[in-house]
Design a binder for this molecule. Structure first.
Ligand SMILES: [Zn+2]
Length: 389
C-alpha cells in the first residue's frame, strides 16, 4: 500500500465513522416511540373515489337502535337515543325510507316506542319487541313470554330482537348463576309463536373471534377491545364462539317456520361456514350491520356470498343516534355514504367507518359493486318480504 492509498483508507474510515453516526442518529429517530393510538397513516394510493350520497334504491335499515329497552333490568322503561324529528332529515338526504328500531323494549316501553316512532311516522319507522329477560327466571316464563309476543304483535311490533344477552349475559337468576344457553327450551314457545305471527327474529349471537381470545399483541382488535374491555368474552365462564353458534343453529333447525335474521352476517369472518349453514337452513337470513369492515376486506368472497344469498341478505347498519363511542355504527350522513359506496361501487381501499382510525381493526375495505337487481333486494325488497309488508 502506498501513502496515497493509505491516506484514502484513513479518509474512507473517517467517512465511514461519520456515516455510522448519521445512520445511528437516523435509527434513533426512527425508534422514537409513537403510541399506536396516534398513528394515523394516510394511504398514498391514487384510486377512484365515487361518493354515493343517495342510495340507488330506497333503503330499509333493518338494524338500528333508536331506543334501548331495559335489557336485564326489571321494569319496562325505554330510553330514546334521539327524537324521530332529528333523524328524518338525514334519512331524507340519504334515501333511507325506513329505520327498524330493533330494541323497542317490552310492555309500556314498547307501546311508547311504537307510538312515538311507528304510529307518528307511518312507513318511516318500524319497531321490534324484545324478550322480557328480567322475568326469565320466573315460573311459567315460557308460556308468559309466548303470550307476551302475541300482545306485542297486537300492539304493533313487527319482529323480535334477541340481543347477545342470550348466551353471554342472561343467567339462571337473571344476573347471577350459570349462563342461560341460546337453545334453552324455555324460549321455544316464543320462537314458535313468532313464526306463526310472521314476526322475524333479529338474532345477535356470538361476536368476532378476537373477542374470545386474549387481548394481547396478537389480537387484531386490540385497540377496539382496549377501548371497550367489556366486549371481551375471553375466559371466565363464557362459552366459545363456536358453542354459541352451534346452539343458535339448533334453534334455527327446531323452528323451520320462523325466520331468523342472524345479525352481523352470522359470522362475517367465516363466510364459507355461513354459506354451509344457509344452504342447510332456508329460514336462516343475515344482515350486514357493523360488518362491512369484514365483508369489505374480503371483497371477492363477499361478492360471491351476495350472489348466492341475494334473497336472504338485508341491509343494516346497527345505527345508534348519538353513538359516537362506536364510530362504525354512529348514526350520521357519512355512515350511510360509506355503506352505499361499499355496496354500489368498486372503489378500492377506503375507510369503513367515519373515524380517524379504523375502529374495528386497522385495515381498509373494497367495494363489491353489486348489480341493480341484487342491490334492490338487499336495500329493501328482502326486508319487505321478511316483514310481510
Ligand atoms: Zn345492534
Amino acid at each position: 500500500m502506498n501513502r496515497r492509498d493509505w491516506l484514502k483508507g484513513i479518509g474512507a474510515a473517517a467517512a465511514g465513522a461519520a456515516g455510522t453516526e448519521a445512520a445511528q442518529a437516523q435509527e434513533g429517530a426512527a425508534k422514537a416511540p409513537l403510541p399506536l393510538k396516534d398513528y394515523q397513516p394516510k394511504s398514498m394510493l391514487h384510486t377512484a373515489e365515487t361518493p354515493v350520497e343517495r342510495a340507488k334504491f330506497p333503503v330499509i335499515d333493518f338494524h338500528t337502535h333508536i331506543t334501548w329497552g331495559p335489557m336485564l333490568e326489571p321494569g319496562e322503561k325505554v330510553v330514546f337515543n334521539d327524537t324521530p324529528e332529528a333523524l328524518l332529515p338525514v334519512m331524507d338526504r340519504r334515501n333511507l325510507k325506513t329505520m327498524i328500531n330493533l330494541t323497542g323494549g317490552v310492555g309500556q316501553g314498547l307501546k311508547e316506542s311504537i307510538a312515538r316512532l311507528q304510529t307518528a311516522y307511518p312507513g318511516r319507522f318500524i319497531v321490534f319487541t324484545e324478550p322480557w329477560w328480567s322475568r326469565a327466571a320466573e315460573p311459567g316464563y315460557a308460556s308468559f313470554q309466548a303470550a307476551e309476543i302475541e300482545r306485542a304483535h297486537a300492539a304493533g311490533a313487527h319482529g323480535i330482537k334477541a340481543l347477545k344477552t342470550l348466551g353471554l349475559y342472561l343467567r339462571e337468576n337473571v344476573k347471577t348463576g350459570k349462563l342461560v344457553k341460546v337453545d334453552d327450551p324455555r324460549f321455544d314457545p316464543m320462537w314458535e309463536t313468532a313464526g306463526s305471527l310472521g314476526m322475524p327474529i333479529a338474532m345477535h349471537t356470538s361476536d368476532p373471534e378476537a373477542f374470545f381470545l386474549p387481548v394481547d399483541r396478537f389480537n387484531e382488535r386490540y385497540e377496539e377491545l382496549n377501548a371497550h374491555p367489556d366486549w371481551s368474552f375471553h375466559g371466565q365462564d363464557f362459552p366459545s364462539n363456536m358453542e354459541l353458534q352451534e346452539a343458535r343453529l339448533r334453534v334455527i333447525a327446531r323452528h323451520p317456520k320462523t325466520t331468523f335474521v342472524c345479525l352481523h352476517v352470522a359470522d362475517s369472518e367465516n363466510l364459507e361456514m355461513v354459506t354451509g349453514w344457509m344452504d342447510k337452513y332456508p329460514n336462516m337470513w343475515v344482515d350486514i350491520a357493523a360488518r362491512i369492515g369484514e365483508l369489505g376486506r374480503q371483497p371477492r368472497a363477499a361478492r360471491r356470498f351476495f350472489d348466492r344469498f341475494q334473497d336472504r341478505i338485508v341491509f343494516g347498519t346497527d345505527a345508534t343516534p348519538k353513538g359516537a363511542e362506536f364510530p362504525q355504527q354512529f348514526f350520521c350522513d357519512k355512515l350511510y355514504e360509506i355503506y352505499y359506496r361499499f355496496l354500489e361501487t368498486e372503489d378500492e381501499y377506503f375507510d369503513y367507518a367515519p373515524a380517524p382510525t379504523p375502529p374495528q381493526g386497522r385495515w381498509q375495505i373494497y367495494g363489491v359493486g353489486l348489480p341493480d337487481a341484487i342491490l334492490e333486494k338487499v336495500y329493501h325488497k328482502n326486508a319487505e318480504r321478511a316483514l310481510g309488508l
